[in-house]
Design a protein around this ligand. Structure first.
Ligand code: GAR
Length: 221
């Protein structure tokens, strides 16, 4: 018997290019998708990602944080909307508000985020400029379960990109974003297939081959 689709809510604050990558893989009309996107929720009414969702025929909702005096009541409103939509997993795709501990606890191991750096390096903002300033040779992105401390929690998957000598924050950011668009759908697929669990605060993935090997940058002869 085919496994039921995993119902997900995607939270955004802006452009929504990661949302688009998820729509392309799992949106309405995609055959044999293991995921159903039941809601796209934005804290900003002008987020372009809302337009992407509407175009794809996915239900959207705006809950504007500016209409709430406290974070807890804003989070409670989001929580209510997400549960009303029937979501089983909450996906932060460029959602740029900190969430309260209560919200995070309510979605323990069912709340994932994508961050544009190889965590635990470069938590927070301006990750690409900070990676360049630090002189790292590899940078990348991380998908992780969310814990109350900002940009922390069990790491599910990461993608590394090389840093080129002539990179700017913009060129490096474009390379990382392209990696995000591949990594995020792949990771959500693993979750939807029931292959990801958390054991002792580490994410464990079943059934994936370890390719092995070593990445070097620059490549020597
Ligand atoms: C992405 O790069 C995502 O990793 C980042 O915001 C961008 C959203 O772009 N998220 C964070 O920095 C969260 N700490 P998008 O709206 O085009 O997907």
């Amino acid at each position: 018997m085919p496994r039921a689709q995993l119902k997900i809510a995607i939270l955004i604050s802006g452009r929504g290019s990661n949302l688009q990558a998820l729509i392309d893989q799992f949106g309405p009309g995609v055959a044999a998708s293991p995921i159903e996107i039941v809601l796209v929720l934005s804290n900003r009414p002008d987020a372009f990602g809302l337009t992407r969702a509407v175009r794809a025929g996915i239900p959207t909702q705006v809950i504007d944080h500016k209409n709430f005096a406290e974070r807890a009541s804003f989070d409670a409103a989001m929580d209510q909307a997400i549960r009303a939509a029937g979501a089983e997993l909450v996906v932060l795709a460029g959602f740029l508000r900190l969430l309260s501990d209560g919200f995070i606890a309510g979605w323990q191991d069912r709340l994932v985020n994508i961050h544009p750096a190889l965590l635990p390096a470069f938590k927070g903002l301006d990750t690409h400029a900070r990676a360049l300033a630090a002189g790292v040779r590899f940078h990348g992105c991380t998908v992780h379960f969310v814990r109350p401390e900002m940009d922390s929690g069990p790491i599910i998957a990461q993608a590394a990109v090389p840093v080129r000598p002539d990179d700017t924050a913009e060129s490096l950011g474009r390379r990382v974003l392209a990696a995000e668009h591949r990594l995020f759908p792949q990771t959500l697929r693993l979750i939807a297939e029931g292959k990801v669990s958390v054991v002792d605060e580490r994410a464990v993935i079943r059934d994936t081959a370890f390719a092995g090997g070593v990445l070097c940058n620059p490549i020597g002869s």
